[in-house]
Write a protein that binds this ligand. Structure first.
Ligand code: FES
Length: 319
């Protein structure tokens, strides 16, 4: 099933921090936009087959517009460069409706929200939701300098002492001591984080020896494939027809399925967006996506066919 794009118009572009702009998008037909919750992102269609995922950072109660924030990375993969250089107020932009693979679990007793740089966008809405529910939380915002801290004044005004800013000024010794922060938690703590791969790894490493710390995260770049990961050939079986397809070492399941005529929705093709999810009926997948959490991967109920491979000789797919 393919979701229909929504045509929006950019109604405002604001510089909100160094190299960072916020874009306000409204439906061109003036209608309300689909509902979303904290942690949701939209897929933005940028032309030339560029599709990028950006977290929504506007109030979910406000359905007349969406807001996203984009850090300009001139040496990145091209999405932010296109957004910053090509787009102007009044331009049309096609998006796909919000998806949320980073839902806030409201059942925890204590929360740490850790945002690195532009990773603040999903985290700030989580803080709003926790604050509205009267939950105990602290938002730690890690940036190089205050000038790079998007939404700084809004965060200070909205969350007061619950928002703590950490500026490294490029000095590793000034970085937040994650191990000390986690060790100081007196009760089971749910950590939500969004930021660079390096920050995420530091958080996972610091949390690893501490059973009271549980980490949920979202990536916006492809998960690095382990150096020792092997990409052997395997088979997939199509449950509805019994058809057996061979997936070669250098092929993805997605490529093989599409070559065989199966319609699979895709956006990012690198395990980020969740659009190519297919139910797994038999076999074990080697999950290489950033969509499923560890528990979902262990369940082996679904897989992202754009990047996942097989741990068993055959995967039976519900197609
Ligand atoms: S196409 Fe985005 S996760 Fe597969």
């Amino acid at each position: 099933m393919t979701s229909q794009p929504i045509t929006t118009r950019i109604s405002a572009i604001e510089d909100i921090a160094a190299q960072t702009r916020a874009y306000t998008l409204e439906a061109t037909d003036g209608s309300e936009l689909p509902a979303f919750s904290a942690g949701a992102h939209i897929d933005v269609l940028l032309g030339n087959d560029l599709i990028r995922q950006y977290s929504l950072c506007s109030d979910p109660a406000e359905r007349r517009h969406y807001r996203i924030a984009v850090l300009h990375e001139p040496d990145g993969r091209g999405g932010s460069d296109y957004m910053h250089r090509q787009l102007q107020v009044g331009d049309e932009l096609n998006i796909h409706p919000p998806r949320n693979h980073f839902e806030l679990d409201m059942s925890a007793g204590n929360y740490l929200l850790l945002a690195g740089g532009i990773g603040i966008t999903p985290i700030m809405l989580m803080a709003l939701q926790l604050q509205a529910a009267g939950k105990l939380f602290t938002l730690h915002y890690l940036c190089r300098t205050p000038e790079q801290a998007a939404f700084r004044h809004w965060l200070e005004d909205t969350f007061g002492a619950a928002a703590v800013f950490h500026y490294s000024y490029g000095d590793a010794a000034k970085r937040l001591d994650l191990s000390a922060l986690f060790a100081a938690q007196q009760q089971p703590t749910q950590v939500y984080t969004c930021g660079s791969e390096a920050l995420l790894q530091s958080i996972l490493d610091a949390a690893d020896p501490l059973p009271q710390i549980e980490v949920s995260f979202e990536r916006f770049s492809a998960v690095p494939v382990a150096e020792d990961a092997v990409s052997e050939a395997f088979e997939v079986e199509i449950a509805s027809s019994g058809e057996i397809l061979q997936v070669g070492e250098a092929q993805t399941i997605l490529e093989v399925l599409q070559d065989a005529g199966h319609q699979i929705e895709t956006m990012c093709k690198e395990g980020l967006c969740g659009s190519c999810e297919v139910e797994l009926l038999e076999g074990k997948a080697d999950h290489r996506d950033s969509v499923l959490n560890d528990a979902e991967k262990a369940e082996q109920n679904v897989l992202m066919v754009c990047c996942s491979r097989a741990l068993t000789p055959c995967l039976k797919l519900d197609l």
